[in-house]
Design a protein around this ligand. Sequence first.
Ligand code: OOG
Ligand code: MG
Length: 256
Amino acid sequence: MTSLAGLAQIVDEAARTATAIPQLTDTLPGLTVDDAYAVQALSVARRRARGERRAGFKMGLPSRAKMAQVGVSEVIWGRLTDAMRLGEGGELHRSRYVHPRVEPEVAYILKKPLEGEVSAAEALAALEAVAPAVEIIDSRYRDFKFALPDVVADNSSSSGFFVGPWACPSTDVANLGILMEVDGRPVQIGSTAAILGDPIRSLVAAARLVARAGERLEPGDVVLAGGATAAHPLAPGMHVQTTFQRLGRVAFSVVA
Ligand code: OOG
Ligand code: MG
């Protein structure tokens, strides 16, 4: 059987070279979710060895819209590096991805650590700031199709993120309207309440789930709370603008 390190190399190379691969579970139907998280950790260690730095964590599939879109119904998480952070108002290069999609999220940045079982009040007290954000997800699997262990091993499709203006941590983001437009045309409309009822619950879940992997959320970490709506496929020439009630907007253009 292929080692976990061997699987980490496969998913990391697929991401690095923007090449679609078959699902790991096609040939390894017994791959467990725990093994998949170990593969994820090893693949992100390869990025770190190339000089990428820790930037935080992303939560995945916190909303029904997202679960329905990909057919996996469990909250998952992944790791962010500084190389994934894209410049707000800037450009996204389509050729660096296999089949990128964009989804509206809420970003938190921490000023205190969070570890294990924490309350929503403790999570709020650990916040430095909150911001509107969009995540660029790019499953490395052919046709964006995967089972739970596949997507977890593939760092939960992490590939990029744009963060808008940081706001005061006491800003209530529990139920804010979101409008995502492509070239001025609405493509997704939703609310931050789709994220586990309130995105702060996603931060609480992040503290709990990363602790299972022996890690904790650290001061300076960015945590993406997860997609509030289904994700929208990206193509060169598109201008994407996502407006969040109260928080402001995040915009970028897609180039070849
Ligand atoms: C898995 C990652 C999901 C989210 O915010 O729900 C995710 C995927 O849809 O490829 O990032
Ligand atoms: Mg996401």
